[in-house]
Design a protein around this ligand. Sequence first.
Ligand code: FES
Length: 360
Amino acid sequence: MDLTTPPPDLYGRPGPDPFMRRVTAFGDWYPKVMGRPLLRRRPGLPAPRPTPPLQLAVSGHRLIATDVVELRLAAPSGGPLPAWQPGARLLLTLPSGRERHYSLCGDPADPAGADTYRIAVRRIADGGGGSREIHDDLHVGARLTARRPRNGFAFCGEPAVLLLAGGIGITPLLPMAREAQRRGLDWHLIHAGRSADSMPFGDELRALDPKRVTFLTGVPSAADLLARAPKGAAVYCCGPAPMLAVVQSAFDASPARALHFERFGAAPILGGRPFAVQLGADGPRLEVPAERSALDVLREARPELPYSCHQGFCGTCRVQLRSGTPEHRDRRLTEEERAAGALLPCVSRAPEGETLVLDL
Ligand code: FES
């Protein structure tokens, strides 16, 4: 066997790839079974103890761009934190009890940084208060907890890589750029933002290789984003929904071959129809228009309702259904939980004209 010549399909095959189809199918299937035990516990055996949350303290807090703070988090007594890979996110529980996901943007390969997590947070003035709390109320020494880093946007290290960041979507892509540079990959990163002063990490990116980084201000077109894709490249994209929509719609006509993306903010509502939610058996009935989520409408009446991902995977916004027929669109609840009336109103809806009565 010739071990010196790489097989022609080592880095992928042109056209539809059965392996990638299986990966995608696994990605669709895995979250649905996350909440179910894969192996049944033998009767009499104690339930496995849940992993305790990480106890963290703020070790750094500074403004690094307009409306963007960098937060450094460490164990209160020092020492290494659980390892992570580019693309990983941290679910933080803030002192107020709000839960928020943030991508880690440090360097996981740097041993000197093994005792610190770094995140960057943009202030969302009209958001749910999580970013305002981080900007205004968290100071060095403040305590908070987190779940261990999880990665739903893993970097696969393909030989040619195009990294597309919209605004604060640069956070998971910065460690990927570092990793691509370290591995000697053919990489390019495009960071689009509303203005130069609102885009963090410019110096760090230029220090990697200024020729491999492009900064764009304003709203980028598909050509702006994908024209640099090398033939057969893998594209990693993180940004707001309109940017992802542009990339997805133009992707098939580009020379790139694989698309990995992570969205922040709410997923676009596809095929939404108007319906209503009612707060309790005798409470007010609120109309949910076709282009809005039930969570958005509910939070106008109940601003304290918790949420985190806005995308139907974290379970934070869970409410209890009293009556009505929902259309579950989440990737979190099990069939049993749905049958028991659980509902995630950030993504789930109802048929046109239906009223969902909620225990609120
Ligand atoms: S906010 Fe995460 S599932 Fe609704």
